[in-house]
Design a protein around this ligand. Structure first.
Ligand code: FES
Length: 104
């Protein structure tokens, strides 16, 4: 499994996820209850970056049409999201967040 550096842990806050591009894919990195999560960042409904949406209680709301997703599971909790989000394995190595693009 090949791991790619995405950002430092200090770049990710509970209310302010990190948005980055890995292997041509836009990825959002979130912090919930002390754990980090990597999700596809482009909303499945249309083009909006979910990491720029409103984050609260482990959920992110799309800034464009207000679909809601569970950050830990990627589950679509409110339409018009259309489907669950892809999740990516993540690990922390010496304060660096790394992911691999194999979908969970
Ligand atoms: S683009 Fe996200 S709900 Fe429409």
């Amino acid at each position: 499994m090949s791991w790619t550096n995405v950002c430092e842990v200090s770049h990710v806050k509970e209310e302010f996820p990190f948005s980055g591009t890995v292997g041509g894919k836009e990825i959002g990195i979130y912090l919930v209850d002390g754990e980090y999560y990597a999700l596809e960042d482009v909303c499945p409904h249309a083009y909006a970056l979910l990491s720029q949406g409103f984050v609260e209680d482990g959920k992110v709301e799309c800034p464009l049409h207000e679909a809601v997703f569970d950050i830990k599971t990627g589950q679509c909790l409110r339409e018009p999201g259309g489907r669950d989000l892809k999740r990516y394995p993540l690990r922390v190595v010496e304060n660096r967040i790394q992911i691999t693009l194999i979908e969970e």
